[in-house]
Design a protein around this ligand. Structure first.
Ligand code: C2E
Ligand code: MG
Ligand code: MG
Length: 578
């Protein structure tokens, strides 16, 4: 569309036009994306471009020579702010400011108006012949501002509010509750095993799960509340309920998350852990509440997931102790404060030592012995277990190799391997190298895994277990019976031995059902061609009862406590000794 000029249109090219020589080229103005006009010194419009027509809704013929640009401004605003505009007839200054233009149909448009005096060689600087004006429609920018705000405050995958927006709302809620004296609850829910799901089925499946869970949780809010996606795998929820009503909400949330999700014909079952904090009991500001909800969440995930935990100061104490322990453990590794002891496992029918289990010990110079029950979970959480685990494997193999050379006689050495070590690609290589370095035949080594490794059921774990079997290393399932009741996995994995957990053995004498259960586990294991070891045998009675039930081996204080490698050497009797 042409740049419509009153003078060109009505009088043709005016040779004596004072500013013709300096006026921008018509074609440029015509195609300019923003509204532009030229007006006379009194503000009467002389030329307008197509964008100006579009912005105002007026046709050029309705404007040129008929209206001043000021008459297009919102009259109410103009009345208030007219002094801001340069006095057109006298002053030759540049001007820029935000105004509201009323379109032909009366709708307001927020614009930035820029005015500059037309400068010509002949024109008097003090009194320009007119002005060139640029009018920029700000609605477009307002929209992109809103878009920027949206992107900065929402999660890209779930489209839920993100941490920033959640914190803002949390702070607002705190301020409101401070005034009203009421309380509320914050919950942080984290999906268990999402990383494994992503490894197994890909990013798309993991994102879909997050979206579905987000929708399900969003559907739970009875009144107003806030749900947000934080940290990639977590959801933060703010509800007005507290006490038992909040607990009921959390339980319902777990239930909704656990409903199966159909992914390309596969039914995915997802669980979550939830940490809860109450305002004002657990904190008076947003950072404290969020940190403590995280502490409660860690406690919930630590009990193998699908659980809800409320924050307590005791939990915080434990978290602080774990943090301190992790720092101390790093130092312990560097200063070699860890060592191994070995506990024999005895064949019940003949009393021979069939295996010895390598057990970690940490002797802290000031704090004394720290139990692996306390520090192994800390090492797992702090990502230190791989390094420690590798040291255990290498040390146990080295001790075994040495003992074999010294005594000519060696039981199998069992080492405990954490699930995290199985997730690494190099577990098999580490074991192979440790055996080679110690010149030890693989048949002298066994790994003890927990039911967790089997339940994770990852391709990686399965491959490693098969590779170990081919190498000749045996595999035992530790603490059997304490994990999940699904026995199906026993047939899917290459296993050699089940170790019945101490808790069953302990109750056997007093509780006939426990004895029956132990008997049933032994029978089932034998039918699957697995040997059985009973853990935690502390009395002769238990040993006799286990043998009667057909148990193959037993480990426990009745036979031997864990002993040093030197004591084990004596037990195995050196070559030539009487
Ligand atoms: P676990 O593998 O089930 O080891 C058996 C635990 O039961 C050992 O505790 C052992 O000392 C204890 N025990 C053996 N016989 C008896 C008994 O008759 N009565 C009682 N009350 N307890 C008995 P420990 O050495 O404190 O180890 C605890 C757990 O720490 C182990 O349980 C294992 O899960 C973990 N752990 C120990 N060493 C390592 C290691 O090198 N790597 C990994 N990943 N975990 C380890
Ligand atoms: Mg063990
Ligand atoms: Mg055990």
């Amino acid at each position: 569309m042409p740049f419509t000029t009153h003078k060109y249109q009505q009088t043709g090219a005016m040779q004596d036009d004072l500013y013709a020589e300096t006026r921008p080229h018509d074609a440029v103005l015509a195609s300019a994306p923003n509204g532009m006009f030229i007006c006379a010194a009194d503000g009467t419009l002389e030329s307008v471009n197509a964008a100006f027509e579009k912005l105002t809704g007026f046709a050029a013929t309705e404007l040129i020579g008929r209206r001043t640009f000021e008459s297009l401004l919102d009259p109410a605003e103009f009345a208030k702010r007219r002094a801001e505009l340069p006095p057109l007839a006298t002053v030759s200054t540049r001007y820029e400011g935000e105004w509201i233009v009323l379109r032909r149909n009366g709708t307001p448009v927020r614009v930035v108006l820029a005015l500059a005096p037309l400068v010509t060689e002949t024109a008097q600087a003090a009194c320009p012949p007119g002005y060139v004006g640029i009018v920029v429609d700000m609605t477009r920018y307002a929209q992109s501002e809103a878009r920027l705000w949206y992107v900065a405050h929402h999660d890209g995958v779930t489209r839920l509010p993100n941490q920033t927006l959640f914190t803002e709302r949390l702070e607002l809620t705190i301020a409101r509750c401070q005034r009203s004296g009421s309380g509320f609850t914050v919950l942080i829910a984290e999906l268990d095993h999402l990383r494994k799901l992503r490894d197994a089925l890909g990013l798309h499946a993991a994102e879909l799960v997050l979206q579905i869970v987000g929708e399900r949780l969003g559907g739970l809010f009875p009144n107003d509340g806030t749900i947000a996606s934080i940290g990639g795998t977590q959801f933060a929820l703010l509800i007005n309920e507290s006490g038992a009503a909040a607990d009921a909400f959390a339980a319902e949330a777990l239930g909704r998350i656990a409903e199966s999700i159909d992914y390309a014909g596969t039914a995915l079952s997802i669980t979550a852990s939830i940490g809860i904090v109450a305002y004002p009991a657990d904190g008076a500001d947003a950072p404290t509440l969020m940190r403590r909800a995280g502490v409660a969440l860690s406690a919930a995930s630590a009990v193998s997931g699908n659980a809800v935990r409320r924050f307590s100061t005791a939990l915080e104490g434990q978290a602080a102790r774990r943090f301190e322990l992790a720092a101390m453990l790093r130092e312990a590794i560097a200063r070699q404060q860890l060592h191994l002891v070995y506990q024999p496992q005895v064949t019940l029918s003949n009393g021979h030592i069939a295996q010895v289990e390598a057990l970690l010990r940490w002797n802290h110079p000031q704090r004394g012995l720290i139990s692996p029950l306390e520090f192994v979970p800390v090492a797992e959480e702090a990502g230190l277990i791989e390094q420690i685990g590798e040291w255990v494997i290498r040390t146990a193999c080295r001790d075994a190799g040495k003992l074999l050379r010294q005594t000519g006689n060696l039981p199998r050495f069992a080492v405990n391997v954490s699930p995290q070590q199985f997730q690494r690609h190099n577990l098999f290589e580490t074991i192979q190298e440790a055996l080679a370095d110690a010149a030890l035949d693989p048949c002298y080594l066994e790994v003890e895994i927990t039911e967790g490794v089997l339940l994770d059921d990852t391709e990686q774990a399965l491959q490693t277990l098969h590779a170990l079997r081919e190498l000749g290393v045996e595999v035992a399932v530790d603490d059997f019976g304490t994990g999940y009741s699904s026995l199906a996995y026993l047939t899917r994995f290459p296993l050699h031995r089940l170790k019945i957990d101490r808790s069953f053995v302990m109750r056997m004498n007093t509780d006939p059902q426990s004895a029956a259960l132990v008997g049933a586990i032994i029978a089932m294991a034998h039918s699957l061609k697995l040997r059985v070891t009973a853990e935690g045998v502390e009395t002769a009675e238990q040993a006799v009862q286990l043998e009667a039930l057909g148990c193959d081996e037993a480990q426990g204080f009745w036979f031997s406590r864990p002993i040093t490698v030197a004591a084990l050497r004596n037990l195995l009797r050196p070559l030539g000794a009487i």
